[in-house]
Design a binder for this molecule. Sequence first.
Ligand SMILES: [Zn+2]
Ligand SMILES: [Zn+2]
Length: 392
Amino acid sequence: MSSKDWLEKDFYAVLGVAKSASSDEIKKAYRKLARELHPDRNPGNREAEERFKAVSEAYGVLSDEKQRKEYDEMRQLFGSGAFRRGSRAGGGSSFDMSDIFGDMAAGNATGDRRFGGAGFSDLFTSIFSGGRGGPSARRGPARGRDVEAEVTLDFRDAVNGATLPLTLRSPGVCDTCHGSGAKPGTQPRTCPVCHGAGVVSSNQGSFSFAEPCRECQGVGTIVDEKCPECHGTGGVTKNRTITVRIPAGVADGQKIRLAGKGEAGDRGGPPGDLYVLVKVKDDALFGRYGDDLTLTVPITFPEAVNGVDLRVPTLNGAVTVRVPAGTPSGRVLRVRGKGVPRRTGTPGDLLVTVDVVVPKDLPESAREALKTYAASAPAAPREHIDRQVGHE
Ligand SMILES: [Zn+2]
Ligand SMILES: [Zn+2]
């Protein structure tokens, strides 16, 4: 590792701890991340692997008192735009995570490199979703993570709103081994190579180089007999089913935030939020344009000429739509208040498009009548077209 590397990397941000964090806090943050990002739990996930390495590297430096001091001094000496204290000057209690993440996203171009294109801000919002500004982002019991889920609704359920069960998969601690990963009755032992640190350091010139311990894959302990339930990872995916209320009028692609329905917080911290991405199926009859519903109704030429009262369906009962005499094909007639309900104010409208159909086959009597009609009907108003043709 070079000094330049140190300057470019914000190990505190990587671990999601304040610069003033105690060694205990650093250890705890590292353990949690190492467990989540562990290759055994994320097979084939390159991003998790990269993050796992980054987290191990950060811990390697920050867990070593001497290296941490050197690191702090170097960054203080050469300055780092990527790091800033919270607005209230002083100790760690005023530290605001959103400051780090905001800076990372905006300023530190080099910071992204390690993550193969995944933006710093994305990365950290997904890990530390509690860090998004506001007083809740202050240190204290950790807020639970935000959770994302997806639901597909029938067209009419989206318009009218729906209450439905939603099964969420989230990581939890294995009940069989209580997170140790060891078979019940056995204990994980401290890794003999890294002595529990999870990283090994070697000196290269004047700098020390840290990498995740190969023996224990960065966890710090070795499980000889794996827990049969979680296969040694200490974690399992748990399903929980909650009932969610989707408000009336949601549109395809909309994201709904359900406050407090995310993962539970650590040690009494507030829960995260649940974001539900809504997909809406097409309807056989109605289309949708914002808060308006659309419907196309075929009419005959005589109906267009003479006018007609149409009975058309809405989402709550049929209504009569008057097509005035002389209505051209494609005209849109508005039925007020029969569209999508709005949370505030009046609902949208139903837009009925009349479509004059031209029959392909006519019975002989109708064909004769049409000839008679044509003989006395006014010509099509296309003199301007004919005139242009005459000039060419
Ligand atoms: Zn287990
Ligand atoms: Zn080890």
